[in-house]
Design a protein around this ligand. Sequence first.
Ligand SMILES: [Mn+2]
Length: 336
Amino acid sequence: MSKAEAIFKEVDKAKRIVITSHRSPDGDSMGSSAALYHVLKKMGKNAVVCHPDHCPAFLEWVMEGCEWYTHELAPDKVEELMSEADLIFCLDYNGPDRMGHGMADLLRKSNAVKIMLDHHPHPDDFVDIAESRITEGSTCQILFDVIEEAGKLNYLDVSSGEAIYLGIMTDTGAFRFSSVNPKTHEIISHLMKIGVNNTAVHERTFDNVRVDRLRLQGYAISNKLEIIQHFHIAYISLSEEELNRFHYKKGDTDGLVNMALSVEGIKVAAFFSEKDGQIKISFRSKGTIPVNGIAKEFNGGGHINAAGGASQASMEDTIKHFKALIPKYFNGLNAE
Ligand SMILES: [Mn+2]
């Protein structure tokens, strides 16, 4: 029996299925959760989505028609569902801690069968069936493959198809990252054939920007973009005061680090933002330059081209520390 068949054998047996994903939701965590929800419901299963926290407004559309709770807003309900579940899906994360301690505790306490679908490197050993494919660009692509390998593609419809499209689109920078492979486009082809409107997914996700968000991005780029020419590095930093000035909402700074990376000649980009008394850091890079090493210096990690971390120091000290680490991690860049 293949792993995909084993996964759906567990689905067949399950009476109460809970779909979980990581904290700070993104298009892939939301898309894979919504897609699996719709597929399971179509199979006649009892399924519900339980996430640690609410998603940014631009992703809310994908949850339409899903029964969906967050530990942030409905802790008692989530605790009840997690404790009663006999099957828990862990989508788009590689260890319980990625859900934050509230949800991680519930997962650890649960006696349910646990199945992980994920593409992050170095997965923890915390599930019964682990489908970890670290070279894939998105969990949504893995989910499609698993459904296909189990011979269940007939359960995909426009709702689950749009959700899979969303996750693939957002985790590949709209089909441009090096993680995109021929299969990625074969999946998109299949989704379009079953009625997924690609333009509508892009528009719903990207073309509903609040003017405050646009002005914050304009400010960040014109006033706060710093270039370290010698090492081909660009970075942006935003303090809590600056975020508040533009009425910051979750998700408003998404994409800023990619804009820094888009500068001509830049090979590594970083984004620093101050939230709740700590500095969150995102790193991005082009080609074979790894940024997960420097992310580890900030208690984080991630992929070769996309990683993150956090710092308890002030913004000034965090950026000083970052600059001091540049020769150690990116020394080769000045020769290129
Ligand atoms: Mn992902």
